[in-house]
Design a protein around this ligand. Structure first.
Ligand code: ARG
Length: 581
């Protein structure tokens, strides 16, 4: 079900062709909402030069062509404005029909795309280490993209590329071997994985012999040595349990079936290296096998190597990532591969993608993207740390968020039973953290501020959750059945109703745009504006006390539709809508 802008677009294109001829068939006139009209067309500005005329003159001729083409079914007025814009006001009847059809559309206007296979690599924490706030953000953004692309009709394959194989594994294994897998010191891995990791890290940094032993563990692991593998499996089981708990609490759609960590590619790594060497793409430099990609130089103009085999024979992060591309393109038959990973790894991915292209593992028709995730900062604008200078861990962060959300709901609804408040507190607490990650551009850094994130005002998750519960309570009050199978009769008598209607009609286009651009913050911004448009409507248009039954029904339909759109939008962000707040 196309929104008004999509219906307007072909008419504008046809008018441009009528004025300028067939050569202008494929121009994309910029059509966007405006504060001066329902929408504004900005085509004449760019085209006038090519057509050797003035923008105002061209806009006037396009307007004439639009009128001649019968635009009045869609627009009650089309006018040239300013230096050459075209202001369009939709015909009210047209909007009313469109909103009625939207209410009867189970997809809420979300288009069904030509289905692609999309592989999404996200979350990817490291074995036996607690997730930190950076993994949280890739998890939250990746999950929202997975939900959105699935809703658009694509086949989504989730890949959780957990770090279960490299140098840090060596430290963990050496630590486990040292203390004995059944010792009390080893039990810490179950209760406080970071303490266990830190103990290994200290020995690794302080004792060169220990560090060598840790590296030897990696080599033994990669060679498939049974004893080492047994130790490794014990570490891994713990991680699986930890991830299951964490994803459940967060409402993240990743399951154990999506685990495809570094270890998965172990057997392929020697073959990757020999293929690179045979093709002359990789060369031995200082004992290590390296790829030098043209145009990538570091300090003093020295080329930066992508190390695919270290001088001790071990394989690294880069080798595994070459294997991920080959697997995803050749075995999983991806049309599109997304790596939702921290922005600090941008160079790594550029080098890996270029190398894969040089090897023919990444054909031109496959679209690969590093969806770069910005850093979460503390109030000092440095990477978010705890008071004692440690990176902020997920567990403590979520506890703090849940505490704040509990305080908010205890304050707002003290009369509700404790167990009901506990559910709402979880929904608000988790929702607020996720929304904060999603509402800024994914590649921007942002300052983590829990008080702002759980606030009921501003562009926050709880504000949207609250807007939804407000509509729910109106509908509950009159036991509205919310049947959306029939087409309601919508009457748009006031400006607030018109604005709300135009907003609702834009939903499907926004979801499609998120699928194209991989930018969930567009959906957040849209929902925030929708909630504001609803607020204005709610304050100025009495619903239950409307002057006529017909208007009351129409306003109820608008309210119910707003609720469905907010709920569906929050769901695509991975955020729950509470029953009440
Ligand atoms: N485990 C890595 C980290 O914690 C992220 C892995 C991302 N995915 C990938 N294919 N490299 O930084």
């Amino acid at each position: 079900m196309p929104a008004p802008i999509e219906l307007l677009l072909p008419r504008v294109q046809a008018a441009i062709v009528a004025v300028l001829g067939d050569d202008f068939r494929d121009v994309d006139p910029v059509v966007r909402p405006s504060s001066f009209a329902d929408v504004q067309v900005n085509a004449a500005m760019a085209l006038a030069k090519q057509a050797s005329t003035s923008p105002r003159d061209l806009a006037g001729r396009v307007v004439d062509a639009l009128r001649a083409g019968g635009i009045e079914e869609v627009a009650s007025s089309v006018e040239v404005s300013g230096p050459g814009f075209i202001n369009v006001t939709y015909a009210t009847e047209f909007l009313e029909e469109q909103v009625g059809a939207l209410a009867a559309d189970p997809r809420l206007g979300i288009p069904e795309a030509h289905s692609q296979t999309v592989v999404i690599d996200y979350s990817a924490p490291n074995v036996a280490k607690e997730m930190h706030v950076g993994h949280l953000r890739t998890t939250v953004v990746g999950d929202s993209l997975a939900r959105t692309l699935e809703r658009l009709g694509h086949r989504v394959i989730r890949q959780n590329h957990v770090g279960d194989w490299g140098t840090p594994m060596g430290m963990l294994l050496q630590r486990l071997a040292e203390v004995g897998p059944d010792s009390a010191a080893a039990a810490v891995v179950e209760t406080d994985p970071n303490a266990f990791y830190q103990a290994g890290r200290v020995s690794f940094d302080e004792d060169p012999a220990w560090a060598d032993a840790a590296r030897a563990q990696v080599v033994a692991l990669q060679a498939g040595e049974p004893q080492t593998l047994a130790l490794w499996n014990r570490l891994y089981d713990h991680t699986k349990a930890y991830l299951r708990r964490t994803y459940d609490l967060l409402g993240v759609t990743l399951t154990e079936a999506d685990l495809a960590g570094e270890s998965r590619y172990n057997e392929e790594l020697p073959g990757i290296c020999s293929a690179l060497e045979d093709a002359g793409v990789a060369v031995v430099s200082d004992g290590a096998l390296c790829v030098f990609v043209d145009g990538f130089t570091g300090r003093e103009g020295k080329p930066v190597p992508l190390i695919v085999r270290k001088s001790d024979g071990g394989y690294g992060y880069a080798t595994t990532d070459l294997a991920t591309i080959r697997h995803r393109v050749c075995d999983l038959r991806a049309d599109r591969v997304l790596y939702v990973v921290g922005v600090t790894q941008a160079l790594h991915f550029q080098l890996v993608f270029e190398t894969a292209r040089a090897m023919g593992w990444l054909p031109g028709e496959v679209d690969v993207e590093h969806v770069a995730i910005g850093t979460v900062l503390g109030s000092d604008k440095k990477m978010l740390k705890t008071r004692d200078g440690q990176p902020m861990l997920l567990g403590s962060l979520l506890i703090e968020a849940l505490d704040k959300a509990t305080a908010v709901i205890d304050d707002a609804r003290p009369e509700l039973p404790a167990e009901v408040r506990a559910v709402i507190a979880r929904q608000i607490g988790i929702g607020s953290v996720k929304y904060a990650d999603l509402s800024v551009a994914h590649d921007s850094d942002y300052v983590f501020d829990l008080d702002r994130m759980v606030s009921l005002t501003g562009n926050t998750g709880p504000y949207l959750q609250y807007a939804a519960t407000r509509v729910q309570s109106i509908l509950r009050d009159i036991s509205w059945d919310g049947d959306h199978r029939h087409t309601p009769n919508v009457v748009l008598g006031t400006d607030a109703e018109r604005r709300l209607a135009i907003h609702l009609l834009a939903f499907g286009g926004v979801v499609a745009a998120v699928g194209d651009t991989l930018e969930p913050h567009r959906l957040c911004g849209y929902l925030f504006e929708l909630a504001q448009a609803f607020s204005v409507f709610y304050e100025t248009c009495p619903i239950l006390k409307a002057e006529r039954d017909e208007i009351r029904e129409s306003r109820l339909a608008l309210a119910a539709l707003t609720l469905r759109v907010i709920r569906q939008g929050l769901d695509l962000l991975g955020i729950e809508t509470p029953e009440q707040m």
